[in-house]
Write a protein that binds this ligand. Structure first.
Ligand SMILES: Nc1ncnc2c1ncn2[C@@H]1O[C@H](COP(=O)(O)OP(=O)(O)OP(=O)(O)O)[C@@H](O)[C@H]1O
Ligand SMILES: [Mg+2]
Length: 369
C-alpha cells in the first residue's frame, strides 16, 4: 500500500506567496503567515493582539471597514476590496484583499481569514509609463512652440539693425539695442527649449568619471559652502552612453540641489547644506515597460527644503518651475536625455531629504532611441 504523507499545514501556509492574516471575533490579529510578515515588515509577535482595523481602515476612506468585517463575522458573507489603501508601520500601500469567515467548529470562535495582494508595484509601473508618454507629448509641444517663436526672430533682429543704421538721432539707438538684446535672449531660450540638435554619440563610460567632473565643477562654484559627500560603488560596469549628455543631466540636477540649498538660507540654521552623490546597482526595475534585471542607479541627494509640494507631480514637465528666475527646462531636458539612453529619472522629496535617482541600464543600451 502507498505510504501516506502527512502535511504540516502551518508549513504550507507559511510557504505561500500570498499574504494571509487571521483575526479573531474582536477583530484582533491572531496570526500572520511569513508572506504577510514580509509585506507588513512586522513580526507575528509584534502584530498579534493589535486591531486589524489599525491596518485596514485608512482615516480618509469613506468605506466602513468595521461594519464590513463584523458583517462577514455574523453572516458569513465574504467580501473583496480592490485598490484599498492600507497603512502599516506608517507606511501606506495599495492592496486587493478579500475576507472570508472561517468556521472553527466552535460557534463562538469564528475567525476572519484575510488574503492580501499588494498592487503598488503595478500602480507604479503604469504611473511611470504614463509619465514617460505625457512627457514625450509635452516635449513635442514645446519644440513646436519654440520653433514658431524662433522663426520670426531673425527677421525682427535684421530689420531692427537696418532701422538702427537709418536713425539719425543716436538717442533712439538705446531702443533698438533693447529690441536686439531681448530678441537674443528669446532666441537663446528657444534654443534651450528645442534641446540639443546633435545626435548622441555613444562611447564606453565609467559613470564615476562624469560624476567626478560635475562634483569638482560644483565644488569650485560653491567654494566649500556646501559639503559634498561621495558614496560610490566602484565595481559598477561601464555603460555605452553619451558622456557629455550625462554630464549635462548630472549638472542640471546638482545645480537644482545647490540652488535649493543656497537660495533658502533660512532653512539651514543648525545644519550645513550637504550634497550626497551615491552610486549603486539597482535590481529588478521596469523602465518604460521593459523589466531590467539590474541597472546602474545614481542618487543625487540634498538636505534642502524639498521640491515645492504643488509642483512635485509635474516637476519633470517643461516650463514647470518653483524659482523666480527659473525657466523650468533643466529637469525636462535631463529626463529626455535619460529616455534616449533607455533610462529614467525619479524624484522623492520631503523637507530635508530630496533624492533624484538616475537609472541607467547597461545591457544593450547602445541601441538607444
Ligand atoms: N533638489 C531640489 N530641491 C528643491 N526643489 C527642486 C530641486 N530640484 C528641482 N526643484 C524644483 O523643481 C523646479 C524645476 O526644476 P528645473 O531644473 O526643471 O527648472 P528650473 O531649475 O526652475 O529652471 P532651469 O533649470 O531651466 O534654469 C525648480 O524650479 C525647483 O522648484
Ligand atoms: Mg534647473
Amino acid at each position: 500500500m502507498e505510504e501516506q504523507t502527512t502535511i504540516d499545514y502551518r508549513l504550507l501556509v507559511d510557504n505561500l506567496t500570498t499574504a494571509i492574516l487571521l483575526a479573531d471575533k474582536n477583530l484582533n490579529i491572531f496570526y500572520l503567515n511569513s508572506s504577510c510578515e514580509a509585506l507588513f515588515d512586522v513580526s507575528l509577535l509584534r502584530a498579534s493582539g493589535q486591531s486589524v482595523l489599525n491596518i485596514l481602515q485608512s482615516p480618509d476612506d469613506s468605506f466602513d471597514t468595521y461594519e464590513a468585517l463584523t458583517n462577514t463575522l455574523t453572516t458569513g458573507q465574504t467580501y473583496t476590496r480592490r485598490e484599498a489603501l492600507i497603512s502599516v508601520n506608517f507606511k501606506d500601500m495599495h492592496v486587493d484583499y478579500s475576507v472570508v469567515r472561517l468556521n472553527t467548529g466552535k460557534e463562538y470562535h469564528p475567525l476572519l481569514l484575510i488574503e492580501l495582494n499588494p498592487i503598488d508595484r503595478m500602480l507604479k509601473i503604469s504611473k511611470e509609463e504614463n509619465l514617460i508618454q505625457q512627457h514625450q507629448v509635452a516635449r513635442q509641444l514645446i519644440r513646436g512652440v519654440a520653433h514658431e517663436i524662433k522663426n520670426p526672430l531673425g527677421g525682427i533682429r535684421g530689420a531692427t539693425q537696418l532701422l538702427a543704421r537709418s536713425l539719425n538721432d543716436p538717442q533712439y539707438n538705446e531702443f533698438t539695442d533693447i529690441i536686439i538684446s531681448e530678441v537674443d535672449r528669446l532666441r537663446n531660450l528657444a534654443d534651450t527649449m528645442l534641446g540639443s540638435r546633435q545626435l548622441p554619440s555613444y562611447e564606453w563610460v565609467n559613470i564615476h568619471e562624469p560624476l567626478e567632473r560635475v562634483r569638482s565643477l560644483i565644488a569650485n562654484q560653491t567654494k566649500k559652502k556646501i559639503k559634498i559627500t561621495r558614496d560610490y560603488d566602484l565595481s559598477l560596469p561601464s555603460v555605452k552612453a553619451d558622456r557629455d549628455q550625462l554630464i549635462q543631466v548630472m549638472l542640471n540636477i546638482c545645480a537644482n540641489a545647490v540652488q535649493a540649498m543656497t537660495e533658502n538660507k533660512d532653512y539651514f540654521i543648525e545644519q550645513q547644506p550637504e550634497l550626497l552623490l551615491k552610486t549603486r546597482v539597482q535590481r529588478l526595475i521596469t523602465i518604460n515597460g521593459v523589466l531590467h534585471r539590474s541597472v546602474i542607479r545614481i542618487d543625487i541627494q540634498d538636505n534642502g527644503p524639498g521640491v515645492p509640494e504643488d509642483i512635485i507631480e509635474s516637476v519633470f514637465y517643461p516650463l514647470v518651475t518653483g524659482r523666480a528666475k527659473g525657466t523650468g527646462l533643466g529637469l525636462s531636458i535631463a529626463q529626455n536625455i535619460m529616455h534616449q539612453h533607455n533610462g529614467m529619472i525619479e524624484c522623492q522629496s520631503i523637507p530635508g531629504k530630496t533624492v533624484f535617482s538616475l537609472y541607467l541600464p547597461w545591457e544593450l543600451n547602445h541601441d538607444a532611441k
